[in-house]
Design a protein around this ligand. Structure first.
Ligand code: SF4
Ligand code: SF4
Length: 385
């Protein structure tokens, strides 16, 4: 039996979501919170023993420091790595960032992963260099990084953030980084609308099926996530063996309505996990005890809610598009490199956009390490705000 088939079998579990408070990223506090979280969801001792190949998949979207809340905090990753090593597992850490235009070592250094690898002996892997494995989902081919596809156990260490296309990014969306390199941009081009893009995200999630999902929700990102939003303190670590249940609970905690997040909906409809809150066992903090933690949504959130019929009738009068700021832009070229439609071209290093080619995927915004891309919108679109 392949490691992937093995993974699917072992994923057959009841949906439990653990909610544990953790005030900050001090390593001792995070270690305690992770230990409690693992205990609540039944641990991973039965999955990992000497020689088990464990891939730890953080969210390393961009080369920003952990304080920016755009990436999984290294202390959360470190706690998990330590526990896996204690069981004799072989740990690899790896993610494929959005628009990887710089050497991956710069991402590892900025996000704190390099330091963890040094301290623990875990191996950082370049997904782009390790080859891919083809998985066919619903007749479509996806090329998953081989180190993730072939790992015995995948630990999904995601970050709770808003997202300018899918509104919310958590456990399911974190698997998008299992696709190495610029192929991710191609998917944006193939599926510019949230409905289609969410299908692709769920396809990729179903091709990986991580056994353990841990969500860093100590400092989350709200507003114009997943890269240019603001950090907000939530003080929580959530975990589950069911990524769909984990996203459903996380989305509820930060104020989304049931059914609002398409990736959760679609994953549930395909039988990949539970989304119904009253069918999920919550251990640790209760939802009532957390109170109102409503977060700010992306500026372009209304795009998500404007009915397709309205967009069809009003056509070109309804738009939201990226607008690089000449003062904040450092002319690094990351946005130009990632643009899936080649809509961006440099003029003295500054990205100039051909809006006839732009599909408003905001990959450029995700990839910009300097938060130099604003969202511009038509007067009519502003009426929906
Ligand atoms: S310029 Fe348009 S198409 Fe290119 S990455 Fe930005 S939003 Fe996407
Ligand atoms: S907007 Fe400027 S700083 Fe941001 S990614 Fe593009 S070139 Fe780099």
């Amino acid at each position: 039996m392949s490691s992937f088939q093995n993974r699917l079998q072992k994923n057959d579990h009841k949906s439990i979501v653990s909610i544990v408070r953790c005030r900050d990223y001090e390593q001792g506090k995070v270690d305690d919170a992770i230990d409690q979280s693992l205990k609540n969801i039944g641990g991973f001792d039965q999955l990992i023993n000497k020689g088990t190949r464990v891939h730890v998949k953080p969210n390393l979207l961009t080369a920003k420091s952990p304080e920016k809340a755009a990436t999984t905090h290294p202390s959360v990753v470190k706690s998990l790595v330590k526990r896996v090593l204690e069981l004799g597992g072989l740990v690899m850490i790896g993610d494929s960032p959005a628009g990887i235009s710089r050497p991956i070592e710069e991402y590892w250094q900025a996000t704190g992963m390099e330091q963890i690898a040094k301290e623990t002996g875990a191996k950082l892997v370049k997904l782009e260099k390790q080859g891919v494995v083809e998985r066919t989902i619903d007749g479509k081919s996806y090329f998953i990084a081989s180190v993730i596809a072939e790992a015995d156990v995948v630990i999904n260490v995601c970050k709770l953030k808003t997202h300018n296309l899918t509104l919310f990014t958590g456990a399911i969306k974190n698997m998008f980084g299992a696709i190495p390199g610029f192929k991710k941009s191609e998917y944006h081009k193939q599926a510019p609308k949230v409905e289609e893009f969410s299908e692709i995200i769920v396809d990729i999630f179903s091709a990986v099926r991580p056994q353990i999902n841990i969500m860093d929700a100590i400092e989350i990102m709200e507003g114009n996530g997943p890269s240019a939003g603001k950090s907000r303190h939530l003080g929580l670590i959530l975990s589950s063996k069911d990524a769909v249940a984990l996203d459903a609970i996380a989305a509820k905690i930060v104020g989304f309505e049931a059914g609002e997040i398409l990736t959760t909906e679609k994953a549930y409809q395909r039988g990949l996990g539970e989304k119904l809150i009253d069918k999920i066992a919550i251990l640790g903090e209760s939802l009532d005890a957390l109170g109102d933690l409503q977060i700010a949504l992306p500026t372009n959130r209304f795009q998500y809610y404007i009915p397709a019929s309205v967009v069809k009738v009003l056509g070109k009068l309804v738009w939201v598009r990226p607008k690089p700021d000449a003062n904040r832009c450092k002319r690094c070229g990351a946005c130009i490199a990632i643009c899936p439609t080649r809509a961006m071209n440099p003029k003295d290093g500054f990205p100039v956009i051909d809006y006839n080619k732009c599909i408003s995927c905001f990959c450029c915004d995700e990839a910009c390490p300097h938060n130099a891309i604003d969202q511009d919108m038509s007067w009519l679109t502003k009426l929906f705000r």
